[in-house]
Design a protein around this ligand. Structure first.
Ligand code: SF4
Ligand code: SF4
Length: 132
């Protein structure tokens, strides 16, 4: 009886706290995530080069990036620390953003968002959660 109860409690806790989606796969060192960066500033993606230049003046750390064009109307920048071999030249000192990539908010994954084309990581439904 007590075992049944603790199993049910574990199932309940699992249902509440386990993530809806899990990240699988591994890095293929394609460099896309360092080459195709979009910048969301105050809830809006930058679309114009002058906006990025303004941001670089306000926050000098953005000087480590340069614009490379647009995708779907959104400005794309590349990191200057990316080497020709697709390896990070500042690996030991890379930012938290670089360290946690690719992490996508659950609401975006639920709406169909995925990692960049060619990325070795992908998100899938957490089967354990949906079974409970
Ligand atoms: S896009 Fe994905 S596979 Fe390519 S370097 Fe970044 S994390 Fe690795
Ligand atoms: S600092 Fe390194 S890991 Fe981060 S975006 Fe630049 S090249 Fe990529």
């Amino acid at each position: 009886m007590a075992k049944n109860l603790s199993n049910k409690l574990l199932q309940f806790l699992n249902k509440i706290f386990s993530p809806k989606f899990i990240r699988s796969g591994s890095c293929k060192q394609c460099g896309q995530c360092c080459r195709k960066i979009t910048i969301n500033y105050h809830g809006k993606f930058l679309t114009e080069r002058y906006e990025f230049e303004q941001l670089q003046l306000e926050q000098p750390r953005y000087k480590n990036f340069f614009t490379t064009g647009k995708e779907d109307g959104v400005l794309v920048v590349t990191c200057k620390s990316l080497g020709y071999d697709n390896k990070c030249k500042s690996y030991r000192f890379r930012s938290l953003y670089c360290r946690i990539y690719p992490r996508i908010k659950t609401k975006y994954i639920a709406a169909g968002a995925q990692t960049l084309d060619g990325c070795g990581f992908y998100y899938e439904k957490n089967v354990t959660k949906s079974q409970n």
